[in-house]
Design a protein around this ligand. Structure first.
Ligand SMILES: [Zn+2]
Length: 519
């Protein structure tokens, strides 16, 4: 964009999405369109450009001002047919002048007010309630949704704000990259990601070293950065929540052009240097929130793709909200209960079935048991042929993990029995299950291309061995699991099993549950 003052919004080159967003706001039902920024950032110019855009869309415009010199101060497009209503004069209050002069403004038109001040806030609200579009500037360092503080300060209640606020364009001015002292350099990955959030490699950026020229230029050679927010039915719930308890959720990308994205465009196109971005944008407490949102959304997208195939949506949400997410990815010692479940006679089945029938049946079986696993909030670690490995207590803690695992095993055995009764399988499906509890290493294994969460350790190997020893329909559990569930679940000691690859025998118990024939 012209580094500084656009006569028309179309001059906002490089920000075509911001322009589209503003046009969409203007096509929405009438309300308040606010342009915000600190004094001297060119708000009025932007306000006029937006109003002209509305006029081009067919909205007649009236400037309401108490400043007689208003139209001479602003460069208004020549082809613009508008009226100016002068509310200066011998009225007792601006308020009164407004209520008198509003009658001169046809309904279904727009009203442009240079600045929202303590004098005209009620008049502006009254105009909104009559159904006008109102375009105002607000002097504030606040950005985006935070300008509701200014409206509250003007005496508006939450309902006034919710039912009237439609669009917010905020702007800041940033010094342009100084051609005199600019340097192109390869930034470190951390700085690279400020501009290219998903970068895997450091990239070349421009930075300003500082020189007398840039020290002296003051407000000259600055370019504006914008934020645009459209408050429609989809975004209004976010605003409602924010007004009630200042919880701020990120608006959908289709309704929001963030200051960060805008400045990134400026940095990418070489107009602004990375040092300016870090100093003026990244360190700005109001804009920092946007970085947090972004990082949060990258992080949650990463977790969603990693876990959503293996755990329930609720668990994904809990992982996303966990502060020690890093540990999950990097690896940690965890106390878990591991469950292996395997179809007993699978090999003979695969010989006597057509592939189509086999997969039909096996997939039906997996669909059913995955539901049961998710009901107990187990994490599906992996499928190994027809076997399935499930973990309880990871990636999030479950204080009753042993009980959940054993209950899950019982549910599976009973479901399989029920499926056998209801279907006409040539051979009934039979499964053996092994469960063991203890400490493992848990973390993510793989590459950027594919990352899987898994647990490793002796506890896992023993669970797998117990499963291989289980007879059809049997659930075998190790002694640690047994001690945790013995109060709630009936079990029988089956003695010490000598497991392949283990020097010591493992004390083993079989879970007693309602047998299939009695269901
Ligand atoms: Zn310089």
């Amino acid at each position: 964009m012209s580094p500084h003052r656009p006569g028309r919004l179309k001059e906002l080159t490089g920000f075509s999405f911001a322009l589209t967003l503003i046009q969409n706001i203007l096509k929405d039902s009438p309300g308040l369109f606010a342009v915000t920024g600190q004094p001297g950032t060119g708000k009025t110019t932007t306000l006029v450009a937006i109003a002209k855009e509305a006029a081009d869309l067919g909205l007649p415009m009236t400037f309401v001002t108490d400043d007689k010199t208003f139209s001479s101060k602003i460069e208004l497009p020549e082809d613009w047919d508008f009226q100016v209503v002068d509310v200066s004069g011998n009225h007792q209050s601006l308020e009164e002048a407004w209520s008198e002069k509003l009658n001169q403004v046809p309904l279904s038109s727009g009203i442009i007010v240079d600045l929202l001040t303590g004098d005209n806030d009620e008049a502006v609200l009254a105009a909104l309630k009559r159904g006008y579009w109102v375009f105002i500037c607000i002097d504030t360092p606040l950005v985006g949704i935070d300008i509701t503080y200014n409206l509250q300060g003007a005496g508006w209640n939450n309902q006034d704000i919710l039912s009237n606020l439609k669009g917010i364009v905020s702007q800041i001015l940033l010094p342009c990259l100084c051609r005199n002292c600019a340097q192109t350099f390869t930034a470190n990955l951390e700085d690279t990601r400020l501009i290219y959030p998903d970068a895997q490699q450091p990239k070349k950026l421009n930075r300003e070293v500082g020189c007398q020229l840039c020290d002296e230029r003051g407000t000259k050679g600055r370019c504006a950065a914008y934020e645009v927010l459209w408050i429609d039915d989809q975004v209004r719930p976010i605003l409602t929540e924010y007004l009630q308890d200042t919880t701020l959720h990120r608006p959908p990308a289709t309704k929001y052009f963030s200051m960060n994205d805008c400045v990134r465009n400026l940095v990418e196109s070489g107009l602004v240097g990375i040092e300016t971005f870090k100093r003026k944008v990244f360190q700005n407490p109001l804009l920092r929130l946007q970085h947090l949102w972004e990082q949060e959304s990258f992080r949650s997208a990463q977790i969603q793709s990693m876990f959503s195939r293996f755990v329930t949506q609720q668990v994904v949400e809990r992982i996303v909200s966990r502060e020690d997410f890093e540990k999950i990815v990097e690896g940690e010692k965890r106390y878990v209960t591991c469950l292996f479940c395997d179809i007993r006679n699978f090999t003979t089945r695969s010989e006597s079935y057509s592939p189509k029938d086999l997969f039909l049946e096996v997939n039906e079986y997996f669909r059913e048991i995955i539901d049961l696993i998710f009901q107990q909030e187990g994490t599906i670690d992996k499928f190994i042929g027809d076997a399935i490995m499930v973990v309880f207590g990871a990636p999030i803690n479950q204080t009753d993990q042993e009980l959940r695992a054993v209950q899950c095993a019982i549910d599976i055995q009973q479901k399989v029995a029920q499926m056998n009764q209801l279907s006409n399988y040539a051979d009934p499906i039979q499964v053996g299950i092994g469960i063991n509890t203890g400490e493992v290493m848990a973390g993510c294994i793989g590459s950027d291309r594919r990352m899987d969460y898994t647990v490793l350790g002796d506890v896992v190997n023993v669970a797998a061995r117990l499963e291989s020893q289980a007879k059809p329909g049997q659930i075998l559990i190790g002694s640690t699991t047994f001690r945790a569930v013995q109060e709630q679940i009936q079990c029988q000691a089956v003695g010490s099993l000598q497991l392949k690859g283990k020097s010591e025998a493992i004390e083993t118990f079989a879970v007693v549950y309602l047998q299939p024939s009695r269901i």
